[in-house]
Design a protein around this ligand. Sequence first.
Ligand SMILES: NC(=O)c1ccc[n+]([C@@H]2O[C@H](COP(=O)([O-])OP(=O)(O)OC[C@H]3O[C@@H](n4cnc5c(N)ncnc54)[C@H](O)[C@@H]3O)[C@@H](O)[C@H]2O)c1
Length: 331
Amino acid sequence: MKITIYASTTYDVIIKRSILDELDKHIDCTKETVIITDNLIPKEYVSKVSSYFNAPLVIELPSGENTKSFEHYINLMTKLVNKNVTRAVQIIALGGGVIGDLSGFVASTFMRGVDFIQIPTTLLAQIDSSVGGKVAINHLRKNIIGSFYQPKKVIIDPDTLKTLEDRQFNNGVAEMIKYGLIYDKNLFRRILNEEIKSNIEEYIYRCIEIKRDIVVEDERDYGRRHILNFGHTVGHAVEVLSDYGYLHGEAISIGMVSVINDERIKKEVIKVLRKYSLPTHSNFNIEDIIDKVKNDKKAINDKIKIVLLDDIGKGRIKEISISELKQYIRM
Ligand SMILES: NC(=O)c1ccc[n+]([C@@H]2O[C@H](COP(=O)([O-])OP(=O)(O)OC[C@H]3O[C@@H](n4cnc5c(N)ncnc54)[C@H](O)[C@@H]3O)[C@@H](O)[C@H]2O)c1
């Protein structure tokens, strides 16, 4: 399955089981190559990908959000310079969203930009972070240093999800539920009623199609793209208040429930979240949530955009002042 993304540069996303066994059909394996990965990505994927290249530089970083840091960014840059890596290099991100975001930012700034290929291995990275061109590191706040930089290609092997822990898999399902809620009622129903693992490539395909439709209209996130932030206003606050004890998808699950007014819709959303062992409520109080929202990089001059649901499959962006936020959320 292939989806072409039309952005400032056009690129293909290829989804195929066992595609790692035929990587040379999809990327130029004669090029100078740097592979960036983390220490918890199963070694079989790292050695499989490396085996296609002649002496690739393989860099393994510690797993976890802390790796999306200025320190790791600078260390990577130093390594590339010391190893005499040239502008002809392609940088391959092999891992989840942390590795994708950091490697993409490195690729976007090393020698003013070099080729970048994403091989995402978590569900969240396969349906969301590897597509759309947002790359970043954290500095005092999340994703505060970054750029828009499209990959040259995204290669998705759904078979890599077999080694992913259930909690990480469900973390990705939360984003999938979000796509259904804002854009595609049928997708939502299927996530609720079907066993998604056996047909996971179809779900990945549909989620990327939705992301493509939205991002194509607003690559740099000034308008329509904001709809992808459904559940994220409160979700980000919950992530910070829990000191990242909640994974991103878990925090936005709480965030999504908190902004749904309609009791019938809320009941269905709670049902689907429970099916995937995702949280639906937290004990943080509303004042602390609002306090964190004020610090969100998306808050501009006391105004924020929140995403509301008119129905399942129909998200809507609304600009409000932070003082009004209390009327829209229930914790
Ligand atoms: N750029 C974007 O548009 C965008 C969108 C959403 C999220 N993000 C970012 O993505 C990051 C989160 O990404 P994530 O949820 O993928 O987390 P992650 O990258 O931390 O990966 C989660 C864990 O899974 C392990 N792992 C990865 N693939 C595996 C596999 N196939 N088998 C076994 N273990 C595996 C990793 O080693 C890690 O320990 C956050 O930093 C977030 O800000 C970016």
